[in-house]
Design a protein around this ligand. Structure first.
Ligand code: SAH
Ligand code: SF4
Length: 372
């Protein structure tokens, strides 16, 4: 009887160029193999070493023994009436996350998840209400881009690019999964992989200041700050993390990050507008003062209701009134229109399936209807 020992294979999908080069070197192979494999995986969507025909059969066999290219499993893929497309992807642990592609003219913005659940428990966020399970690996994060891009293959060489922008605004707090998010974002920007400009890869954070400072040392992606309130008293209620990292400190860190970028760029200030919570004219006036001098544009997101929440979406009139005050104070302010309503793809409705390890919210049973 022959005994076979199962060897955990290295998944190459989440490795940025430098790590892949080191991997090939450790196998006694040439570094340039990394270039070939990156292009096969990310530009052509290959997940089988036998597709990689510019490598010898012997090398392919050698790779198969120790490595694999494994993306997430798609369990749901639907396109909304307005063109928004949503995937539910099952990860190794059996949990699932959601990824949304929002086409808008020439632009295609992919909203990517960084964690299964989220530990920060913002009161208006359905992801937060479902607790935290675990960080996604770099392969699982870039795997979402990989799946989305594969859906549009084969490409026309000079045709439209389906994904021009990536925002880390799906499930999870990206800066609490720092290394994996940085690796995945490097692959998004890597010319041999997705080649997306650093201006068009955006990390969104509720304000983990030490991690934001670290990000400034290793990356130059664009930044979105989830502010949601113009003063600490109100923000403490909406974003519990504010008790640790209050607004003044967060905005100072945002300034530091922007001044460290090689080009002139604005931060996006995200403000989820909630009826009778933070939608009053005095909030808009206070916000205009708080943000003075910060290079930014403001994105107002009308609250998207979900069953477990008592908050309500403000009227369009209230949101426009809020916007007008900010515009008059000199801020570029947009209102994010809800897309993909019919397939539950709106902001803050990305829930997937979270087996909550924190046991915070056992009463929140997933409401998502999933078709396998
Ligand atoms: N954790 C990160 C990124 C994911 S959330 C962050 O908080 O920035 C992406 C954006 O959606 C955040 O600005 C978040 O505040 C917003 N959001 C969450 N729930 C929402 C809801 N129910 N309605 C509208 N926006 C919501
Ligand atoms: Fe986490 Fe962001 Fe949701 Fe807050 S808004 S609970 S940080 S995902």
């Amino acid at each position: 009887m022959t005994m076979t020992t199962a060897v955990e294979k290295t998944n190459l999908l989440g490795m940025p160029k430098a790590k892949l080069e080191a991997f090939f070197e450790s196998m006694g192979e040439k570094r340039f193999r990394a270039t070939q494999v990156l292009q096969w995986m990310h530009q052509r969507g290959a997940d089988d070493f036998d597709q990689m025909t510019n490598m010898s059969k012997a090398l392919r066999e050698k790779l198969k023994l120790v490595a694999e290219v494994r993306g997430p499993e798609v369990v749901y893929d639907e396109t909304s009436k307005d063109g928004t497309r949503k995937w539910v992807m099952r990860m190794d642990s059996g949990n699932s996350v959601e990824t949304v592609l929002i086409p808008d003219g020439e632009r295609g913005t992919l909203c990517v998840s960084s964690q299964i659940g989220c530990s920060l428990d913002c009161t208006f966020c359905s992801t937060g209400k479902r607790g935290f399970n675990r960080n996604l690996t770099a392969a699982e994060i870039i795997g979402q881009v990989w799946v989305a891009r594969k859906a549009f293959m084969p490409f026309e060489p000079n045709g439209d690019r389906p994904i021009t922008n990536v925002v880390m605004m799906g499930m999870g707090e990206p800066l609490l999964n720092f290394d994996n998010v940085v690796d995945a974002m490097n692959l998004m920007m890597e010319d041999l992989a997705y080649g997306i400009s650093k201006r068009r890869v955006t990390v969104s954070t509720s304000g983990v200041i030490p991690a934001l400072d670290r990000l400034g040392e290793v990356s130059d992606v664009s930044l979105a700050i989830s502010l949601h309130a113009p003063n600490d008293e109100l923000r403490n209620q909406l974003v519990p993390l504010n008790r640790k990292y209050p607004i003044a400190d967060l905005l100072a860190a945002t300034r530091r990050y922007l001044s460290g970028l090689p080009d002139k760029r604005k931060a996006t200030i995200e403000y989820t507008v909630i009826e009778n919570m933070n939608d009053q004219p005095e909030h808009a006036h206070e916000l205009a003062v708080v943000l003075r001098g910060l290079p930014c544009k403001i994105n107002l997101i009308p609250f998207n209701p979900f069953p477990e929440s008592d908050f309500r979406r403000p009227s369009m009139n209230a949101t426009r009134r809020f916007q007008k005050i900010l515009n008059e104070a000199g801020y570029i302010t947009t209102i994010r229109t809800t897309r993909g309503d019919d397939i539950d793809a709106a902001c803050g409705q990305l829930v997937g399936r979270v087996d909550d390890r924190t046991k915070r919210s056992q009463r929140y049973i997933p409401v998502q209807q999933m078709t396998p």
